[in-house]
Design a protein around this ligand. Structure first.
Ligand code: GTP
Ligand code: MG
Length: 195
């Protein structure tokens, strides 16, 4: 799937601003600083389309990207950033809930976890929430470049068991550094879009 065109459509904070589009949408969710924006850049082969940062909390709006007029990628702000105020947290919760529960064109969520660690309690909550909404989920365990070969299988199994991954949802090891898993993620996304 060679990408020529990948453009930001809008950075939204509420439903009224979402693009008026019928294209299938893939949202990228996960803990703050886990590597969501990096994954989008890697998949699209762009260095700076989605802004990344070594500091957590970089992405604060819901960012919609038009990919080849075929699908939309949505970069959402990460959860679990300790340094946010209660008010910020409430704003975030509302923004996410509004998006996930109302967006009719949302066809899959790519939930990013960190392969170095077991999924967190917030990852579990996020996965359960998405399953409650009946949204298909692809789990991508990123930063695989930081995990030694010998312990990989164990770390991958931890992802399955901690999240209680249901049949039909896949877990793919990935690295934005090495590009490992890029084809697998694309295949999974395109498979059910029929592109
Ligand atoms: P927020 O927008 O703040 O929620 O963060 P994010 O999930 O978009 O994370 P981002 O892509 O900005 O990456 C956070 C940090 O992790 C950056 O320093 C990246 O360089 C690093 N990073 C992301 N993916 C990988 C990876 O696969 N391997 C390694 N080693 N580092 C990574
Ligand atoms: Mg980000």
């Amino acid at each position: 799937f060679p990408i020529q065109k990948a453009d930001i459509i809008i950075s939204a904070v509420q439903e009224e601003q979402y693009p008026d589009s019928v294209l299938p949408e893939i949202a990228i969710a996960g803990r703050s600083n886990v590597g969501k924006s990096s994954l989008i850049n890697k998949l699209l082969n762009r260095k700076k389309l989605a802004r990344t940062s070594s500091k957590p909390g970089r992405t604060r709006t819901i960012n919609f990207f038009n990919i080849e007029d075929e699908l939309i990628f949505v970069d959402v702000p990460g959860y679990g950033y300790a340094k946010v105020s209660k008010k910020e947290l409430e704003k975030w919760n509302h923004m996410m809930e509004e998006y996930f529960s109302t967006r009719e064109t949302l066809s899959k969520v790519v939930l990013i976890t960190d392969l170095r660690h077991k999924p967190t309690q917030l990852d579990v909550q996020m996965y359960e929430y998405l399953k409650y909404l009946n949204i298909p989920v692809l789990i991508v365990a990123t930063k695989a470049d930081k995990v030694k070969r010998g312990v990989r299988t164990r770390h991958l199994n931890d992802v399955y068991t901690t999240l209680n991954v249901i049949e039909g949802d896949a877990v793919i090891p990935f690295s934005s550094e090495t590009g490992e898993g890029t084809d697998d993620v694309w295949n999974n996304i395109l498979m059910d879009l029929g592109i």
